[in-house]
Write a protein that binds this ligand. Structure first.
Ligand code: CS2
Length: 460
């Protein structure tokens, strides 16, 4: 294994990261690893208080693991950015660390569901983790509870706050997290909530790099290329982008020096990425799985499906976006990325957590199209495909990975699949669910798909 090009013993911890899964280790940790070559203040503490797996494995490898960049040419690097590790049962040590003024960034990739938000994007006070954390604010389970506790400690000790940096795929991710933490704190101590509102920056950020889950094939590839039997390598495509709202306070890591973009206008990039890339990804996932494909690249090799996705992007998604940059070129680049044969990105991975992903990825586009009088027939097809996917999983006795899995399964077993799914307010905002045009278009697409199969709808 090639060791990182900096003195790991000299690294101080400056970032605490909640959720050190594959995406974090392939994306943010890569930026930080390159930063550490010229600034040793930004080692990352990896925190995973619920599942021990990754943290244990990271510890066992002294924080070192391989990043495989799989594209036209493959390359392999050793990342050594993590220098502290906290798993289940180590909450007190995390609390102590978060008091350290050297910690400037508390970042997170806990997936959409990890923020405990309701359908309208505000904190869900009925979420069991939030109920728990309000009852026991010193022993939080949720990220929101953790941030509130750690900020409370900082304030009590007269210290400056750290900057929470949300790195999950949600519209206005930082703002939503900030409002959630403030609302949570307000229930406990209004003065703390005011301090959070006034002193803490919650930058919005857009993160992008296609990162398939690590499997035995990834491990074998890494072993063959590097000779290192890495238990936890990660792989991604060569493309990576990290766009961060330019509100980081002085003393923050210089992420721009390693290629992150700091800008006042994250919104345009964020919306374009979520709606084009993630919207097309989810559409490919549900349609591709119903047709019988396994990976994104397989699905893109299906000429009719690829044409459908390209039209969806060009004729349905892009017209709803403000053209602040060349969206067609951006869309074409995304389609080319999907075709990358070196990446085996399973459609089933993208299909997970549909209830959390559909709103930002497709439903917002549909709502905008309806408001502007544009057609929604094509956009309704992936929604119908998600419904039939849920139905198929349940009928086949297969697992649905989704925080609403219980509700979804119950609906799929009943007689009114489309109506009952549309009634789930956590997914479909009322105004959309009650829109007759939307309802009838989704209903028609689901019936046609059930009778004639997905190919009948995507065209040739
Ligand atoms: C994917 C994303 O799994 C998914 O749902 O759509 O993880 C996607 O690969 C990334 O957002 C790309 O940046």
């Amino acid at each position: 294994m090639i060791a990182p090009q900096y003195d790991r013993k000299a690294i101080k911890t400056g970032v605490v990261h909640f959720g050190p899964g594959a995406f974090h280790r392939a994306h943010q940790a890569d930026y930080i690893d390159r930063l550490l070559c010229h600034d040793s203040n930004w080692g990352i503490a990896a925190v995973s208080l619920r599942s021990p797996g990754t943290v244990q494995a990271l510890k066992a490898q002294e924080g070192l693991y391989t990043l495989a960049i799989l594209d036209a040419q493959a390359s392999f690097r050793t990342i050594g950015a993590h220098n502290r590790f906290f798993g289940p049962g180590e909450g007190q040590a995390v609390r102590d660390l978060l008091r350290d003024p050297g910690i400037r960034i508390v970042s997170s990739t806990v997936t959409e569901k990890g923020y405990c938000l309701a359908g309208d994007g505000t904190l869900d006070f009925s979420h069991p983790d939030i109920v728990h954390d309000l009852a026991k604010p010193d022993q939080p389970e949720s990220l929101v509870g953790w941030l509130a506790l750690a900020l409370r400690d900082r304030r009590a000790e007269g210290l400056a706050p750290f900057t929470p940096l949300c790195c999950d795929n949600m519209v206005s991710n930082g703002r939503k997290l900030g409002l959630a933490v403030e609302a949570f704190a307000r229930r406990l101590d209004p003065a703390l909530a005011d301090w959070i509102a006034g002193e803490v920056r919650f930058p919005n950020s857009m993160v992008d790099s296609i990162t398939p889950a690590t499997d035995d094939q990834t491990r074998a590839k890494v072993r063959e290329a590097t000779g290192f039997a890495d238990a936890i390598p990660v792989s991604r495509e060569a493309y990576a982008a990290w766009i961060i709202e330019d509100v980081l306070p002085p003393g923050s890591p210089d992420l721009a020096s390693v290629g992150a973009v700091l800008t006042d206008d994250v919104a345009a990039y964020e919306l374009a990425k979520l709606r084009i890339l993630n919207g097309a990804h989810s559409s490919l996932a549900y349609l591709g799985l119903l047709i019988g494909h396994e990976t994104v690249a397989d699905a893109m090799n299906d000429a009719a499906l690829a044409r459908f996705i390209e039209r969806l992007i060009r004729e349905d998604i892009i017209p709803g976006l403000t053209p602040s940059f060349d969206l067609q070129a951006y869309g074409n680049e995304i389609v080319a990325r999907f075709r990358n044969p070196a990446i085996r990105h399973k459609l089933s991975q993208i299909a997970w957590d549909g209830s959390q992903k559909l709103p930002y990825r497709l439903l917002d586009t549909i709502a905008d199209a309806l408001a502007a009088g544009r057609p929604v027939e094509r956009l309704a097809i992936p929604i119908a495909a998600w419904m039939l996917f849920v139905d198929r999983q349940v009928s086949a006795g297969l697992q649905i990975v989704d925080p609403l899995a219980g509700e979804l399964a119950q609906i799929a077993l009943g007689p009114h699949l489309v109506d009952d799914l549309l009634a789930l307010e956590q997914i479909f905002p009322q105004a959309l669910a009650q829109n007759q045009q939307f309802r009838s278009t989704v209903d028609a697409a689901a019936s046609a798909m059930r009778e004639a199969g997905p190919r009948a709808l995507i065209g040739d």
